[in-house]
Design a protein around this ligand. Structure first.
Ligand code: SF4
Length: 166
């Protein structure tokens, strides 16, 4: 019997950005070289909000939760807003996931280098979209072969570039 698919926030991000990338990632195709973007992103993440942040593991997901006085939110810190839509859907997924436990919380997406932040809230439409995305991800990752290459502006920065652009 196939193990149930654990859907993480990163998988939601890849689903929006590139379904082929999602398939590689979910099927543990690892490209073992340093991705400078990942280290820079990690550094920004560590320096921002480090004192107020708590990393929460909830079932299949793990996210940063910040509480300042009476205000509480899930924070997602990103290096740049270039991949804004995938980042937003990752956060929507966390908000949706938390809602399944009976709690509603807002989300804040932060781009420290650009001094920019945006508050996100679930709407019934977004909730339905997330439910569809979750079902579609299960189908994509169970495919025997990855979806076809579809060139995107960020392909050159993708970990799987060498696998796709041969
Ligand atoms: S290189 Fe481009 S097509 Fe290939 S997985 Fe990455 S984003 Fe997708």
């Amino acid at each position: 019997m196939r193990t149930p698919i654990r859907i993480t926030g990163v998988m939601i991000q890849y689903y929006i950005a590139c379904k082929r990338e999602l398939w590689f990632y979910a099927n543990q195709i690892n490209m073992n070289y340093d991705n400078e973007d990942i280290s820079i992103g990690k550094l920004i993440h560590e320096k921002s909000y480090s004192r107020e942040t708590k990393n929460i593991n909830l079932g299949e997901v793990s996210f940063d939760f910040v509480k300042k006085g009476k205000e509480a939110a899930i924070f997602e810190i990103k290096k740049s807003s270039k991949l804004e839509k995938p980042a937003k859907y990752q956060l929507y997924y966390y908000l949706w996931y938390v809602k399944q436990t009976g709690k509603e919380i807002k989300g804040v997406i932060v781009y420290p280098k650009e001094k920019k932040k945006e508050e996100l809230k679930l709407t019934p439409e977004i909730e339905r979209e997330i439910e569809d995305i979750v079902e579609n991800i299960k189908k994509i990752v169970s495919m025997i072969l990855p979806p076809h290459v579809k060139r995107r502006p960020y392909c050159k920065k993708c970990t799987y570039y060498e696998l796709c652009m041969v």
